[in-house]
Design a protein around this ligand. Structure first.
Ligand code: CAA
Length: 239
């Protein structure tokens, strides 16, 4: 049975992804940042094991992956889903807001991939799925930090795809549009209303609509799909 590790997985897209992989027959571990109450509720509801560490901390990622592998076995599928926003117009953005977002979203992607890649290379199998964003492709007002982090993940993923291809390790990005999660609910209602008008589908995605693409890319027989960015955005941005 394949082992999948989903970061930022106790809520939103991460939780839907963990549940979808669990249903598809994977042994699933979920990482989370610090909301123990949410993690306990998630495990109680799903039976999926949770582990806490900060993906922005490289040493914590190495330790966390070792804990997961001791409990469930070697990680075959890594879903880098953990992400944060610190939205502000550039002329108001602080250096801290910049570094926090780059550190978690892009730094976390590096730290987690680094922690699993040697094992994947040795075992000649791996599936890395990085959660990007439509805003990493289109840009978005108030998100130079977030858009840069998500665009950075695309370049990272393409390079990793090239490195991993001969070892049956694929690396792909899923770029969700605006999805019904706490992150999107945090946008001011009048701003979100304007954004929704730019979505041809006229609605938010559900987390499950994103999760099904993760299951697709994680599969053993998805081994020839690598280096792509799969947009799931209701037509908001067609690249
Ligand atoms: N589209 C068009 N115009 C926009 C806009 C948008 N999405 N967002 C802001 N604006 C405009 C405003 O109307 C305003 O215009 P004027 O200067 O002409 O009045 C200008 O940009 C400045 O905006 P605010 O007055 O809102 O500035 P603020 O400093 O009070 O707030 C902000 C800035 C917090 C960034 C706020 O604009 C905002 O929340 N914007 C949306 C950011 C966003 O979409 N975040 C996505 C979060 S969800 C996510 O990231 C998940 C994912 O992957 C999709």
């Amino acid at each position: 049975m394949r082992v999948a590790l989903v970061t930022g997985g106790t809520a939103g897209i991460g939780a839907a992804t963990a549940e979808a992989l669990h249903t598809a027959g994977y042994r699933v571990a979920v990482n989370y940042g610090g909301n123990h109450v949410a993690a306990e509720a998630f495990t109680a509801r799903t039976g999926i094991a949770t582990f806490t560490w900060d993906v922005a901390d490289a040493a914590a990622c190495t330790f966390g992956v070792a804990q997961v592998e001791a409990a469930l076995g070697p990680v075959d599928v890594l879903v880098n889903n953990a992400g944060i926003t610190r939205d502000a117009m550039l002329h108001k953005m602080t250096t801290q807001q910049w570094h926090e977002v780059i550190g978690v979203n892009l730094g976390g992607c590096f730290n987690m991939c680094r922690a699993v890649i040697e094992g994947m290379r040795e075992r000649r199998f791996g599936r890395v799925i990085n959660m990007g964003s439509v805003n990493g492709l289109s840009g978005q007002i108030g998100q130079v930090n977030y858009a840069a982090s998500k665009a950075g993940m695309i370049g990272f993923t393409k390079a990793l795809a090239l490195e991993g291809a001969s070892r049956n390790i694929t690396a792909n990005v899923i770029a969700p549009g605006y999805t019904d999660t706490a992150m999107v609910s945090a946008v001011r209602p009048e701003v979100l209303e304007q954004i929704l008008k730019t979505v041809p589908a006229g609605r938010l995605a559900t987390p499950a609509e994103i999760a099904r693409a993760v299951v697709f890319l994680a599969a053993d027989d998805a081994g020839f799909i690598t280096g792509i960015t799969l947009s799931i955005n209701g037509g908001k941005y067609l690249d």
